[in-house]
Design a binder for this molecule. Structure first.
Ligand code: IPE
Ligand code: IPE
Ligand code: MG
Length: 246
């Protein structure tokens, strides 16, 4: 088999961290960092379209972020709503499919309507898939999938032994996508913070100190170059992998 051993990552997942510190460095309120972060999202989405990435999953608001001061949470919700309003048409024009993953039932009716509209408008697009994780938690995702399977066992539709890795994966919010090839976290922390726990099992990790509002297309290219130098072995030996590509 002579496939390219270093294809560019098809699915990139990013924890967009460091907005607050970016603002603090400038003696500005944290909100200004979140606002600047939206600009980075625009630039990174555009770059992913340009280089031919298939899917981009962005962590925008975790299930734990409700613990922040209520004023910050409110401002983040307003910013999410504003960004949807301003960006949806442009995303649609670029053939992008927008998908929100997470427990959106906790959002205001208005925001839920905006999300439904954006997903409906872009659902037949065939270009980049942008997954925005909002009120998302990896544990929530796995728990929900297992609960659905447990319901099926209860109703007699399936047997307990039908609870397989494949069936659990099929119930996750990213079921229609391949697992992320590359995970990026900006802002210097080296943790997963309850992002795509199940889906990251064999993903390559890349951490950078760059704060999210400063993360640009060049930084993304650096992350991809690092990814291209990795040998993904999936449990096999290096020799096996090299033979496969010989
Ligand atoms: C990430 O930036 C954005 C969200 C979690 C919404 P932070 O707000 O966590 O920024 P830092 O980590 O405080 O700098
Ligand atoms: C993770 O960032 C969530 C998002 C980027 C949306 P946090 O800044 O909330 O993560 P912790 O709390 O430092 O782990
Ligand atoms: Mg943070």
């Amino acid at each position: 088999m002579t496939e390219d051993p270093h294809p560019i990552p098809q699915h990139i997942a990013i924890i967009m961290d460091g907005n607050g510190r970016w603002a603090k460095q400038r003696y500005q309120p944290r909100f200004m960092g979140h606002r600047a972060g939206v600009k980075s999202v625009e630039a990174i989405v555009q770059h992913c379209v340009k280089i031919g990435v298939s899917a981009l999953s962005l962590f925008a608001f975790s299930s734990e972020n409700w613990r922040r001061p209520s004023k910050e949470v409110t401002l983040l919700m307003e910013l999410f709503s504003l960004a949807l309003k301003q960006q949806v048409k442009r995303l649609h024009k670029h053939n992008i499919r927008l998908h929100i993953i997470g427990d959106t039932s906790k959002f205001s009716d208005n925001l839920q309507k905006q999300i439904a509209y954006a997903e409906q408008l872009t659902k037949d697009n065939t270009g980049l898939i942008v997954n925005v994780a909002a009120n998302y938690g990896g544990r929530w995702d796995i728990t929900r999938s297992v609960q659905q399977l447990a319901e099926k066992v209860k109703s007699g539709e399936i047997e307990p032994e039908d609870i397989t890795e494949q069936n659990i994966a099929a119930g996750l919010s990213t079921a229609s996508l391949t697992e992320p090839d590359l995970f990026i976290r900006t802002g210097g922390e080296q943790r997963v913070s309850n992002f795509l726990l199940w889906q990251l099992a064999y993903t390559e990790f890349y951490f950078t100190d760059t704060l999210w509002p400063d993360f640009d297309s060049k930084e993304l290219d650096n992350a991809i170059s690092s990814f291209c130098q990795r040998e993904r072995r999936f449990g096999k030996t290096s020799e096996q992998i090299q033979d496969e590509h010989a």
